[in-house]
Write a new protein. Structure first.
Length: 91
């Protein structure tokens, strides 16, 4: 999962959150916001995973949204292990 940005016609920035299934490279979920937060990301993960079908691992980068205390608590309560990519990866 990761974010990427999209500029709008009026020079605002939208953040696109995307979750991709690693084994099949299938887009599982995406959402757009102007202000991403850890609580918002946790809600998107809830919406992307049906009851009882939570992933075992989530791979993400070192963005502050993914390293916050709230996000880590959510993952621990959902029994999901976080796997962070290396710093400056894949460069």
């Amino acid at each position: 999962m990761d974010f990427f940005t999209v500029p709008t016609l009026y020079f605002k920035v939208l953040y696109v959150f995307i979750i991709i299934s690693h084994d099949r490279r299938k887009i599982e979920h995406f959402a757009v916001t102007t202000n991403p937060s850890s609580a918002w990301v946790a809600q998107q993960i809830r919406e992307a995973t049906p009851f009882g079908e939570t992933p075992k691992y989530l791979i993400h980068d070192n963005d502050s949204t993914f390293t916050s205390k709230l996000y880590k608590e959510f993952l621990s309560n959902a029994n999901i292990k976080a796997k962070r990519t290396g710093i400056k990866s894949p460069r």
